[in-house]
Design a protein around this ligand. Structure first.
Ligand code: NAP
Length: 502
């Protein structure tokens, strides 16, 4: 076992935060594996369906307790700020834990912990400054619209940026006055436990955040179906979103969904090529391509296509592949051996359909990289946008390059996708950038930059990439129910009853 797991924490004592206390999971054994060498990081039992039920009930009871319910916004905000402080104080421990759980570079893990702390700080500030709405009256009354907590939110997160995805849901849900039952991905559950510990230590009543590690099909499903869960916030794949959406429709329950993508990155003929190359490399190969916004379809104007592909391949071959613990590493292992094999099988299938591998495309067969779940940065061309490799999310370090001619051709190809998450445009012409940005189906468009994400800017997808937006000021309201209140001001009785009163 890796001694990175702090004593008395997940994997050492096997305890998980359930219904206000730390207890042993009653579900099946979970083994967290370091994908850089296959060693075990931690072992503990997942939550049972009964523990999910108790977590939801305890959360709801605490939400309705006047001791928490009646806190003024600035008082609740103070708790969130303390969580941010604790995450910052514990950043090195949490980052190391996340790196061994997921294989991520330490640099990326540190950035994700900083982002999680920033999210708590941001929603504390939003909570303190949020204003209500007096609506224009049409009679002798004061009319207003207020936002109230939903109750218990089920938060379900993936493995690719665990601490940041968890914070993106837990912070606004708590700020809005809810309890949260968080189900992290079974392959990367450790940082969710640390987040719960920070929330506890910040003085937030422990019933307000339970963590129920376990599989989506058992623990996740029980959470979504629970009759007292009032909203589900999911980040995950589109198929999972569709399954959860079916249950939500039966419950008439609000859901927000951050789902998959197949994002186009476009290099126009007038682009600054050095900047575009750096942007394409970062967009698709950072996080080993395990990013929902990975710029995995690279459209290059036909006049510069061949030279751009050559330079892209040469640069991809110079990227440093290695364990997340090596500060020089740019491309770390995939999250698991199973996922590495899935990525490899998608590339192999594309080749069988006639795609050309320009660089990469094979699992390392020897040397230290053969011991870990590594897959090299891969560039593919020679396929049409209709090919499976261009239409299906790979979630690995694989870029497909496609030529385009006119702007119309580009927009048609880029939008010919079931997804609509993000898009990158590289051009010196800002009028064109604006025109194309407005026509592309995407929740986020980056112009002459890529993968810049800010908690103060709404994020989400269109089409099969998602429903609703996280982050930004409105991210808080997504965890509330709206209620209208009329305060009568008339000194006289309502006129309708007329003489009936005398
Ligand atoms: P996933 O398989 O959909 O899993 C996401 C979460 O949902 C996991 O915790 C999973 O549990 C759980 N789950 C699965 N089936 C469920 C069900 N029937 N009921 C309730 N919960 C269920 O996705 P992933 O492989 O972890 O993550 C990669 C995907 O997430 C990619 O498609 C990526 O694009 C997407 N993603 C989107 C964004 C965004 O902001 N748009 C950000 C990051 C990732 P288990 O895995 O533990 O079984």
């Amino acid at each position: 076992m890796n001694d990175i797991t702090p004593k008395g924490r997940a994997g050492e004592d096997g305890l998980i935060p359930v219904a206000g206390g730390w207890e042993r999971g009653e579900g099946r054994l979970i083994r967290s594996v370091d994908p850089s060498d296959g060693s075990t990081v931690a072992e503990f039992h997942s939550a049972s369906v009964e523990q999910v039920d108790r977590s939801v009930r305890a959360g709801l009871e605490r939400v309705e307790d006047p001791g928490w319910r009646d806190l003024l916004p600035h008082q609740r905000a103070r708790h969130l700020s303390r969580v941010a402080d604790l995450l910052e104080e514990r950043a090195e421990t949490i980052a190391a834990l996340q790196s061994s759980d997921t294989g991520k570079t330490l640099g990326e893990s540190r950035a994700l912990v900083a982002s999680a702390a920033g999210t708590f700080r941001y929603f504390a500030a939003v909570l303190e400054t949020e204003e209500g709405l007096l609506t224009p009256a049409r009679g002798p009354y004061l009319s207003m619209s207020v936002h109230e907590p939903i109750g218990v939110v089920g938060a379900i997160t993936p493995w690719n940026s665990p601490i940041a995805s968890d914070a993106q849901k837990v912070a606004p849900a708590l700020a809005a006055g809810n309890a949260v039952v968080l189900k992290p991905a079974e392959v990367a559950p450790l940082t969710a436990l640390e987040l719960a510990r920070a929330v506890n230590d910040a003085g937030v009543p422990p019933e307000l955040v339970s963590v129920v590690p376990g599989s989506g099909s058992v623990v996740g499903d029980a959470l979504v179906r629970h009759p007292l869960v009032g909203k589900v916030a999911l980040t995950g794949g589109t198929t999972t979103g569709q399954r959860i959406g079916e249950v939500a429709a039966q419950k008439v329950m609000p859901v927000s969904m951050e789902l998959g993508g197949k994002s186009p990155t476009v290099v126009f003929e007038d682009a600054d090529i050095e900047q575009a190359l750096a942007g394409v490399l970062y967009g698709v190969f950072s996080s080993s391509g395990q990013s929902c916004v990975a710029g995995s379809r690279v459209f290059v104007h036909e006049s510069i296509h061949d030279t751009f592909v050559e330079r892209l391949c040469a640069a991809a071959e110079r990227l440093r592949i290695g364990p997340g613990s090596d500060p020089a590493t740019q491309v770390a292992p995939m999250v698991s051996f199973a996922h590495r094999d899935h990525v490899a099988s998608m590339v192999d299938a594309a080749v069988a359909e006639g795609a050309r591998v320009r660089t990469g495309g094979a699992v390392p067969a020897e040397g230290p990289l053969a011991q870990g779940a590594y897959y090299p940065p891969t560039v593919i061309d020679g396929v049409a946008n209709s090919a499976r490799i261009c239409q299906e999310e790979i979630f690995g370090p694989v870029a497909v390059v496609l030529p385009f001619g006119s702007e119309k051709d580009l927009v048609e190809q880029a939008n010919d996708s079931v997804y609509g998450l993000a898009c990158g445009l590289w051009t010196a012409d800002y009028r064109r950038a604006w025109r194309v940005a407005r026509r592309i189906h995407a929740g986020t468009v980056w112009v002459n930059t890529y993968k810049q994400l800010s908690v103060s800017t709404p994020f989400g997808g269109t089409k099969l990439s998602g429903l609703g937006r996280e982050k930004g000021r409105s991210g808080l309201l997504a965890y509330t129910r709206q209620k209208s209140v009329y305060l009568g001001l008339d000194e006289n009785p309502l006129p309708w009853a007329g003489d009936a009163l005398t």
